[in-house]
Design a protein around this ligand. Structure first.
Ligand code: PEP
Ligand code: MG
Length: 562
């Protein structure tokens, strides 16, 4: 078994095709003709930019991130990089040599950075260098578009240009050795909706071309056929919905209601304003989780209040009155953003992360809260606080909001006066004090991704203990049940925005516990609405009563899989 970081959802089973880049070798002459090499370089830049532009347009059509590719055209024309290349050309170096050594210098500089944001730029320059050399050496790119059906692409690193070809290929899943949850590759993989596991070290050496593997885009597990776990993933895949797109689309415009008339809500999780198109197409009833980390990741300097306001406002306006729950920065743990965090910690999952970090870094937090408040004037915006463990954290945010509202009043800036403040329930502490939190919060959102990890004391990236990372664990289910019950008793809304919200096997339990709102990836909205329309809550109550007698995760999952 291999283990990486699941950055999508669902399961893919297929045959491995390893994609290792060509060796772009060239021989360098002692002296080249300066004018002709300059000419070759400038022609290559022209070809590169037009290819990047064409790919970016294609990505826009598929709803993915063309901005990264447009950024490539900007990068190759960056004055520092092109000056460096010009100087080498003036010395009689070939265009290939100049491109390679100038890019390598930048790659070294960026790779050594302690800043993840800058290290991601190194991967971009590496991609640019490879493409420029392919153009100069007239080497054809590998044909990613013609890969056979059911291919699991295994590669070192996903690049935006590689990702463009994938929607038109037979690729059903991706395993890459590099990349993390907040990398560009993860962002694009999510918008392409391919099952993707990143950061899977050793995949290229340990997997062979042609062998069958099963990969889980949620948990990051990769099993070869015959290994323990392969059958489990196959089973999980079998339970994925297979109904037609047309059938799901028939649920557009309908409310989310069970067969016996219990009305619930399905909203969407997004990572960036670029996901809005998918949300609108999915007919989600709002946005239950707007993760704001990507916004901090994609820039060298922190986003300003105006920039953040514009981004949040664009989402609020696009949702046209439907609720948009914006989560404050959830840095740390699996969301490593070194441009924001300065110190290494021995135990980042238990360290200065999420709301703890925001409270310690008031400047950054004030900027984000002011931006959220300002955007709230343009739609139905609510605020969500990540990783709460004490009521003081919630009260701190509410007090700070009060002060910021006074500031905005003095400046004559409009905002939503009664903006709602919710709490992520994703730690055992929050579960235990759910009653205290509920007295002070407008709503709960259960973050099962972290709640499972913290409840079971499991780092999901550690294959040795991944068998413990399960939403079916009685400890997790009892926590979820308690939180929903407390929310009901206290009269506040309870949502779930972790991956478990989209797990159809858990649906009977969640409906029976009384979960009000399911916040899932846009692609899961309609399938979940369709599924909910077929179930009866009283039937779910029966299933739940039985499940609660089970003492082991395996027994729970086995029963729910029937
Ligand atoms: C969660 O922890 O369940 C959650 C939704 O937040 P994230 O996955 O961003 O940590
Ligand atoms: Mg979380």
């Amino acid at each position: 078994m291999l283990n990486g970081i699941g950055v999508s959802s669902s399961i893919a089973i297929g045959r491995v095709v390893k994609f290792v880049e060509d060796d772009l070798h060239f021989d360098e002459l002692a002296k080249n003709d300066v004018a002709s090499e300059k000419q070759r370089f400038s022609e290559a830049v022209g070809e590169f930019c037009s290819k990047a532009g064409a790919l970016a347009r294609k990505m826009d059509d598929t709803d993915a991130d063309g901005q990264i590719l447009r950024g490539y055209a900007v990068m190759i024309n960056d004055p520092y990089l092109s000056e460096h290349i010009e100087k080498l050309l003036e010395c009689g170096k070939s265009a290939e040599w100049a491109v390679e050594s100038a890019c390598d210098a930048f790659i070294r500089l960026f790779t050594d950075s302690t800043d993840e944001l800058v290290r991601h730029r190194a991967a971009d320059i590496e991609d640019i260098k490879r493409q420029m050399l392919e153009i100069l050496l007239q080497v054809d790119c590998k044909e990613l578009e013609n890969l056979p059906e059911n291919t699991i692409l295994v590669t070192d690193e996903l690049t935006p240009s590689m990702m463009v070809a994938l929607p038109n290929s037979g690729v059903v899943g991706i395993v890459a050795e590099k990349g993390g949850r907040t990398s560009h590759a993860a962002i694009i993989a999510r918008s392409l909706e391919l099952v993707t596991v990143l950061g899977c070290k050793g995949a290229i050496n340990r997997l062979s071309d042609g062998e069958t593997v099963a990969i889980d885009g949620e948990t990051g597990e990769v099993f070869k056929n015959g290994e323990d776990g392969f059958a489990r993933l196959k089973d999980k895949q079998k339970n994925q919905p297979k109904l037609s797109e047309e059938y799901y689309r028939s649920f557009i415009g309908k409310s989310t209601v069970t067969a016996d008339g219990s009305v619930r809500k399905i909203v969407a999780n997004i990572d960036s304003p670029r996901d809005i198109k998918a949300v609108i197409n999915s007919d989600a009833e709002g946005i239950g989780l707007f993760r704001t980390e990507g916004f901090f990741l994609d820039r060298g300097v922190l986003p300003t209040e105006d920039e953040q306001t514009a981004a949040y406002r664009s989402v609020a306006e696009a949702m046209n009155g439907k609720e948009v729950v914006i989560r404050t920065l959830d840095v740390g743990g699996d969301k490593n953003i070194p441009s924001v965090q300065s110190e290494d910690e021995d135990n980042p999952f238990l360290g200065l992360r999420a709301i703890r970090y925001s409270i310690k870094n008031q400047g950054l937090f004030r900027t984000q809260l002011r931006a959220i408040l300002r955007a709230s004037a343009f739609g139905n915006v609510s605020l969500l606080i990540p990783l709460v463990t004490r009521v003081d954290e919630l009260l701190y945010v509410k007090n700070l909001l009060k002060r910021l509202k006074i500031e905005l009043d003095e400046e004559g800036v409009p905002y939503k006066k009664d903006i709602k403040v919710g709490v992520m329930i994703e730690t055992p502490a929050a579960v235990c004090i759910a009653d205290i939190l509920a007295e002070n919060a407008d709503f709960f959102s259960i973050g099962t991704n972290d709640l499972i990890g913290y409840t079971m004391a499991v780092d999901r990236g550690n294959p040795k203990v991944s068998y413990l990372y399960s939403a079916y664990e009685p400890a997790v289910l009892r926590s979820v049940k308690r939180v929903i019950e407390v929310a009901k008793q206290k009269g506040i809304r309870c949502s779930m925005c972790g991956e478990a919200a989209a797990d159809e096997k858990l649906l009977p339990l969640l409906l029976s516990f009384g979960l009000d709102e399911f916040s899932v990836m846009p692609s899961r909205v309609l399938p979940l609405r369709a599924k909910i329309s077929t179930v009866d809550v009283s039937y779910c109550d029966g299933i739940t009563a039985e499940v609660l007698t089970k003492t082991r995760a395996r027994a729970v999952e086995g029963f729910l899989s029937k």
